[in-house]
Design a protein around this ligand. Sequence first.
Ligand code: ADP
Length: 375
Amino acid sequence: MAQRLDPELELVLSKVIEPYTGLDIVTLGLVRYAKSGWGKLALEIGLLSDPYELQEELRHSVEQSIADSGSKDKVRVSMSPLDEDELELVGNHLREALTEDEMSNLEQRKPIFSVADSKTRVLGISSGKGGVGKSSTSVNLAVALAKLGKKVGVLDADVYGFSIPKMLGINQPPVVLGSFIVPPLANGVHCMSMGFFLTEDTPVVWRGPMLHKALEQFLVDVYWRNYDFILIDMPPGTGDVALSLGEMVPKSEMYVVTTPQPAAERVAQRSAYAAKKMKIPIRGIIENMSHFLTPSGETYEIFGKGGGEQLAAELDVPLLGKIPIEIALRDGGDIGIPISISDPTSESSRAFSEIAKKIVEIGPPRRYRSELKIR
Ligand code: ADP
């Protein structure tokens, strides 16, 4: 498939990043054909999927990179989807680009991001029960972290209702490249959902071992490379997924979403204790649906008051922020444009942005080292 390129052109095209994989189009072998002469440059670029949502974005980066090189050639870029054999080859290029440590992890069925010097932080977003806004929080927090310039992915592991792709505006299934599954991207955030692989009308009864296996596949087989943050939308309640996560990603951290009423806070507490038992440190609490602000400026505490503070005090962790009830936040989830994108100055967008900054600031948890234990 990919043609051997003129070294100068190769250098120029190697600056063009394919957005799903984060690798350049030369390394991936996407440049099928290049011909220049008589003031013209004709290029043919292979696409990772059909349709490929980011086609125009990719075309623009190719044209931009050529313009930046000072070339005055008239550029014509044609694009068409790769066939199955070509996709397999791209999968090989993905593997070849791995470091030795990443490769060794893969061979041991460990996530490629859990190498010793990894910069990837894995944040479990959990709640005691459904409906408190855990998925909305995961999506908006992910967008807020991406806006800080971080590479962010969300893994939708809430098996009781996969809602992340829709809330994030993902319109494209993941791309399978050789042995890797590459997450699609929307609103600056990559997303993988176990729901992509199920038909909507198939009810699935998830038992512990099945969940464990699914989580393993979604951590190991998905191309989570060079991410700063992977947020995991956990199923509500205590449980199996936290147990598996603690085992597979020893450095993961947990954030608990609760509503302000005391009964909800007690339920959230149970999920927090479960995480603690699995040795996943709880790093902070996020209170959602804290209050409702009317257009005339009155504040109503519809779901009561104090739950976030109380839970934070009980667990001795910070309350990272309070998200108000906003109709636009719900709307954003329904239409797939998160409020953090559609209305960045809204009260909830600002709250998410503050929480994201605090999470960056507190840094990764320290690894527990038994030899440092004081007796
Ligand atoms: P969970 O993941 O905890 O089940 P969701 O994030 O799916 O909860 O939220 C449940 C519903 O409540 C969704 O329709 C969502 O849009 C809405 N919602 C969540 N948080 C807010 C909020 N702060 N303001 C308005 N609507 C919200």
